[in-house]
Design a protein around this ligand. Structure first.
Ligand code: BTN
Length: 316
């Protein structure tokens, strides 16, 4: 989708590329009045930008880690940004009915949810987003979306944060340090289908970036904790979206093979927790339909389509 930049994002661009720029100059470039410029500047201040008004013009004080529509205006999707909402998944459902594709981002979520109905802590500083897509896939092929999204997220984190990350079945992005595995990001897929065809899919992506990790999540880690510095969230979002759009066009086999290469699950003894019970076994492979192939201690070969996976034996 090609969408034109809003006046506000053009003003932000001008403020970023000029140390000081007058209202008159901005007005001339954008063909709007000085009063209109002034009004846009007031709105931008409300959105969190710190803009000084000096005798010679306007000056953007710092380059904050903002994630609003202006900062993400060069994404190939329409962006809906909220300071606080229940869950980006809820809002995405309404938007998916009317938009072809879009990204919903929230600074904080009051009812963030994870897989298997878990609470997803979503304080300020993380990336909490839902991507709406309408792929020509059947319901049976929907699993490809989560594999693609977790792979796209992992590759984006490696590119932007310059750290090595891994994938845990079904779709966790893991940071590994001294044999300790901690979760950096997770993916939640919600699909609406008609007969067997996907009408829309909402891919929820949660990444611990500059946020504090709650004490009730000892298995989680943030990028800030790993790097000892903050990282610009929009750089991660841009790389992630670019990766996703590139990977989703690939053959399913290629996506799965790339996922498997980054997997920490395959080749391990694992415990799968499922509402129907627990299974312990050796994680052999991912099937063409996205199932985890497990060889149990009784030598049964099982295909596991959902559940929680615990890595039992550490690898060197
Ligand atoms: C998981 O359990 O690993 C999946 C976590 C998904 C969290 C994201 S944050 C953005 C979106 N909104 C939600 O409420 N959940 C997903």
């Amino acid at each position: 989708m090609n969408k034109s930049k809003t006046t506000k994002s053009k003003i932000i661009e001008l403020l970023k590329t000029n140390d000081i720029i007058s209202g008159e100059e901005i007005g001339k470039i954008l063909n709007i009045s000085r009063t209109a410029v002034w009004k846009h500047i007031q709105d931008l201040k409300k959105k969190g930008y710190q803009i000084e008004t000096l005798a010679k013009g306007y000056r953007l004080i710092n380059n904050l880690d903002l994630l609003n529509e202006e900062e993400l205006s060069d994404l190939p999707y329409k962006v809906y940004y909220f300071k606080e909402i229940t869950s980006t998944m809820d809002v995405a459902k309404d938007i998916a009915e009317k938009e072809e594709s879009a990204i919903i981002i929230a600074e904080t979520q009051t009812k963030g949810r994870g897989r298997l109905n878990r609470i997803w802590h979503s304080p300020k500083g993380g990336i909490w987003m839902s991507l709406i897509v309408k792929p020509s896939l059947s319901l049976k092929e929907a699993f490809l979306l989560t594999y693609t999204a977790s792979l796209a997220t992992a590759l984006a984190l490696e590119k932007i944060a310059r750290i090595r990350v891994y994938l845990k079945w079904p779709n966790d992005v893991i940071y590994r340090n001294d044999n300790e595995e901690k979760k950096l990001a997770g993916i939640l897929l919600e699909v609406k289908a008609e007969i067997d065809k996907i009408k829309y899919a909402i891919i929820g992506i949660g990444i611990n970036v500059n946020n504090e990790i709650s004490s009730v999540e000892p298995q989680a880690i943030s990028l800030k904790e790993i790097l000892n510095r903050e990282i610009k969230r929009k750089d991660i979002i841009k790389a992630l979206v670019e990766n996703f759009r590139y990977l989703i066009k690939k053959e399913p086999k290629e996506i799965l093979n790339a996922w498997k290469e980054k997997s920490l699950t395959l080749g391990r003894k694992v415990k799968i927790i499922h509402p129907e019970g627990e299974k312990i076994g050796f994680a052999l492979d991912i099937s063409d339909e996205g199932a985890l192939i497990l060889k149990t201690e009784k030598n049964e070969i099982l295909k596991i389509y959902s559940g929680d996976c615990i890595h039992l034996r550490s690898i060197s």
